[in-house]
Design a protein around this ligand. Sequence first.
Ligand code: ZN
Length: 485
Amino acid sequence: MNENQWTHLGYKFDAASEHEAAGSRYALLRRDDDDGDGLLVTGEAARHFTPAAADHDGRDATTPWCIARLTPETAELLMQAFPWTRPVRRGQHRFTYGMGDRIDCATPGQIQAIAGYPVFPIFAQQSIRELQLTRRSFPDVIAAAAFAVFAADYRGGYGADGDHLKSLEEIDLALDAGCTMITLDCSEKIDTTIAKLDRDVRRQRWQELAENVRRHYLDTYADRDYPFIGHIPRSEVERIVLVFHRAIDFTQEAWEHIQKRGREVDFELSIDETVQATTPLEHYLIAREVSERGVRLSTVAPHFSGEFEKGLDYIGDTANFRSELENHQTIAEILGYRLSLHSGSDKFLIFPHFGAITSQAAHVKTAGTNWLEALRVVAICDPDLFRRSLEFAISARPEAERYYRVTSRVEEIPVLAEVSDSDLVSLIDIPASRQTLHITYGLLLHQPWFREPFFKLLRREAGRYADFLTRHTRRHLDALGLKRS
Ligand code: ZN
């Protein structure tokens, strides 16, 4: 393939991305404008691809060639030719790390960041909420990860997580796209009203449950002693069943649905979006019950006590977190799965404990701070765009707060007019401005005045962005006690 052959179409040939499979050659073509990169295929395989435009079509030439857009359809053909670009399950890896990429630009830096660490990355990880806010689909997200993996020749394997899925329909969307991890979010099936009921009303609600359900739970769990939990009184079993029995049934239903579709996935049960922290007994009863019903849990995300706010460090009693975690870890070991920590970005205060107590056999989900590292590039390279972005974020924050709970206050953000260009980057690290920029990502990404210069800048400063992501990600991995070889 010739380096300069594609400049007349506006592309730069990305020589590092060139690969061969079955006699055909594949490479990415980069461009600086907003039209997007392309995949150049030369050889017989080119015939299978759809050209991005009429002058991108050489499929009838003696040596067929084609330049395709980086769409999910193109990604599927690429994954067939290079199976290592397709997401897989975690296999024997002990530590899995959810990274996600809301802007389709972070994966190259993430690949650079994890080099040498014993980490199985989940590059593709999005919730339905994130997909809606970024106007993408699961196939879009997996395609972006596959192209980045291809370009970097990363062969360590990666996962794709359909995150916080709440219904069988959402699970189907994730499975159809090829997700290898399913995170089931039971929050809509958890009855948070039970805690507020007085004893008599609760008693009555218990009596309303089917008799065989009541008998099953009492016979199995009530008035027993467990070495790591202690005595389980009948009243406590009744309370937990009232709160969680629909979530337990739904977990079984979701698992059986996935099995019926013939799919093997890493299955995570997330009960973190409850009002109160998960007690060890709740954790044990729920996980043991679904395990008994045949659900093979890969990870469980309890709700740990303390505050896990977006973009901030852990707020709470770390000694208490530690002792709670020890209990959850014991249960996870007995029942045979790993613990999962959500909202894990920037939780440096608890990482050493989490890493040590789980012996680094665990899952940690991060995501949103990739976006903040991208804004760090903006603050340094385009001060005017950064000022305008922060002003917009401040005005859009009330709307964003419908989705995210944050406690910093807009009044705590320094007056922008008084911040010099060279100090703008410090606003990324001040909690109030950090959280404001963090939670407004979806709204900012919808603004044409932001989108275009932002993505152009990230393309131009790809190396700088990758370096920022590397530094940021490695702070997490180092604090978790993972050793780079
Ligand atoms: Zn979560």
